[in-house]
Design a protein. Structure first.
Length: 208
């Protein structure tokens, strides 16, 4: 592959719509004539494997802190993709909080790498490994509603457990780093926009 690979990071609160937006942006770049070949790197795949803990212990882990992510591996993979090569990314099972031993995804090579994740905004090394950062700003009550729909519908959680995680971990975590992430961002988009409209705004801003 020739040319320069650029890396764009999308961050925001849990439920802000950043993953939907990231997928839309990658699809648009890959489908539109003249768009850059793009790949998506989800930070969620890099949660640390907790198979060495009991299920009760896993449930007590705070997944809304940077320590829950294997950032060294994530950084290594971004550097490899940025060099124009491909990587084999892990897969994560959120129902058991473990990394799947038989699952992996080959990503790249690509001219545009879109990374999305809740904790990207809390990672102090983010400016070293990306070219652009987008912050998705969404009302927090809407974020909670979306998290309830996702975690109850896709991850087998109860509404009570989701609300408990939100108020005890997700919301306090976002309050610690959200304002800093917003200030660092090169572009702020509204999470109430449709994904196609927000993706188009990003493409126009960064000439993707």
């Amino acid at each position: 592959m020739t040319g320069t690979t650029r890396v764009l990071a999308i961050t925001g609160a849990s439920g802000s719509g950043k993953s939907t937006l990231a997928r839309q942006l990658v699809d648009d770049c890959n489908l539109t004539t003249g768009g850059e070949p793009a790949c998506l790197v989800g930070l969620d795949a890099y949660y640390r494997d907790l198979s060495h803990l009991s299920m009760a212990e896993r449930e007590r882990v705070d997944f809304d802190r940077p320590e829950a992510i294997e950032f060294p591996l994530f950084k290594q993979h971004l550097a490899t993709l940025r060099s124009g090569a491909s990587v084999v990314a892990p897969r994560y099972d959120f129902t058991t909080h473990t990394r799947l031993k038989l699952g992996s995804d080959q990503l790249g090579p690509a001219s545009l790498v879109v990374a999305d994740g809740l904790l990207l905004g809390a990672w102090d090394q983010l400016p070293e490994v990306v070219d652009f950062t987008v912050f998705v700003e969404t009302p927090l009550d809407l974020c909670l509603q979306r998290r309830l729909e996702r975690d109850c519908g896709e991850r087998g959680r109860t509404e009570e457990s989701v609300r408990s995680f939100w108020f005890s971990r997700a919301l306090p975590g976002f309050e610690r780093w959200g304002a800093v992430a917003r200030r660092r961002a090169d572009l702020v988009v509204s999470g109430t926009l449709s994904a196609p409209a927000a993706a188009e705004a990003i493409r126009r801003t960064f000439a993707l």
